[in-house]
Design a protein around this ligand. Structure first.
Ligand SMILES: [Zn+2]
Ligand SMILES: [Zn+2]
Length: 403
């Protein structure tokens, strides 16, 4: 039996080396990589001619995530009504590696290491100083999301020790638990190295209250799919690129974003963001939030794959969301999630996230939208089929009429 542990999806979001374009200009221009894509993929189920935005919004209403579900999935929620302070609950990710440093308590309100180390229990990743010495009094512990090591930084984001991060960038797959990057076995020394460890910016359990969040105040309607790409900074994962598309696949918004903290790793393999991309980014997170709130209203339905990651990076509080992770759940149930790549290949017959240049937020947003449209069209077709199975109840019989 093949079991793929796809915990990287918790952290690594899909990406693109995009530029800051006006929506209209970018809509007319296709990127070179798009043109290189093999034309073999079957037609996508994107059928905007047959369903209006209003009809789509209505059809999606049963699929909107409840606040309870959003909370369980790691979406940012407001502390209290109308507040822009957020709280986030992060489930401990499944750990594929055999050498676990700690145990995880899913129900713990705040993450605390399990005591398997020499830690006296004072440590709490990302929150509590561990040392009383002058030098390290301000230190916080973080878990490296690539190699699982615990490392320490000052609260200002300076590394206390410069230590090489040796990690596997691939997933653990197959009955013999091998990494997809190098085919070595679970627990083997990492096949890739980086200068620093990196962390996600959140820790398992409760996070918050978090500042800097925004929310739409008035209704504007509409249905959009959104995808963001992130880089690792000293403050964790930060937004670096974003694309928003309409239901007909039209690009509505696309921008690079300057992270607010120093970039530690561009995460290019997954984000597609190269140093030279961010060098020409002009917009800040606040700029992008303002742009997004120009067309996203309180009732606008936002679609995405693991959209919780995107909304945390965008620092957007939004309650009308459809997540393809929930729409197409993992066969072994939550919190496991199917990857966008697997869903696209299986259901859309389309390859995404295959290029060596990293993910494309535009491509991934389109895949999420098409997966949602596929579900809506399937449901409509099922309803039509059911109603056609009751011919006796129909007032008009064409056979009799033509006789
Ligand atoms: Zn490897
Ligand atoms: Zn590391």
């Amino acid at each position: 039996m093949h079991i793929c542990i796809q915990w990287h999806d918790w952290f690594y979001q899909e990406t693109d080396a995009s530029s800051v374009d006006s929506a209209s200009a970018a809509t007319r221009r296709r990127r070179p990589r798009d043109r290189r894509r093999p034309p073999a993929a079957p037609p996508t189920p994107s059928t905007p001619q047959r369903i209006s935005t209003e009809e789509l919004a209505e059809a999606l209403r049963p699929h909107l995530l409840s606040p309870k579900r959003m909370w369980a999935m790691g979406y940012p929620l407001e502390i209290k009504p109308t507040s822009t302070k957020a709280v986030v609950y992060i489930n401990p990710p499944p750990r594929p590696r055999p050498l676990q440093l700690t145990t995880w308590d899913v129900n713990a309100p705040e993450f605390v290491p399990g005591g398997s180390q020499s830690d006296s229990g004072r440590g709490s990743w990302g929150s509590t100083p561990r040392s009383d010495s002058d030098e390290e009094a301000d230190a916080v512990e973080h878990l490296c999301v690539r190699c699982d090591k615990i490392f320490r930084m000052t609260r200002e984001g300076e590394y206390l020790v410069e230590e090489t991060c040796a990690y596997h960038w691939g997933r653990v797959c197959g009955s013999d638990s091998r990494y997809t990057c190098c085919n070595s076995t679970l627990g083997s020394k990492g096949c890739s190295t980086a200068r620093f460890h990196v962390w996600s910016g959140t820790r398992p359990g409760m996070n918050g209250p978090l500042e800097g969040y925004v929310r739409a105040r008035s209704p504007k309607g509409g249905v959009y799919a959104l995808d963001a790409e992130m880089c690792y900074t000293t403050a964790g994962l930060e937004l670096a690129s974003i694309a928003v598309i309409a239901a007909d696949g039209r690009l509505v918004y696309k921008s690079l974003v300057k992270p607010s903290s120093p970039v530690v790793d561009h995460n290019t393999r997954f984000s597609g963001i190269r140093p030279r991309d961010l060098a020409r980014a002009t917009k800040t997170l606040r700029d992008v939030q303002n742009d997004i709130l120009g067309f996203v209203g309180s009732d606008t339905i936002l679609i995405g794959h693991a959209l919780d990651n995107d909304l945390r990076a965008l620092k957007l509080l939004h309650s009308a969301v459809v997540d393809t992770c929930a729409l197409y759940p993992h066969s072994r149930g939550f919190p496991l999630r199917r990857s966008l790549r697997a869903l696209s290949e299986e259901l859309l017959g389309r390859s995404v996230q295959r290029g060596s240049a990293g993910h494309s937020p535009l491509e991934d947003a389109r895949a999420a939208m098409d997966l949602v449209l596929l579900k809506v069209h399937e449901e409509r077709a099922n309803r039509t089929r059911l109603s056609n199975q009751l011919p006796m109840l129909q007032p008009y019989d064409p056979l009799i009429s033509s006789a």
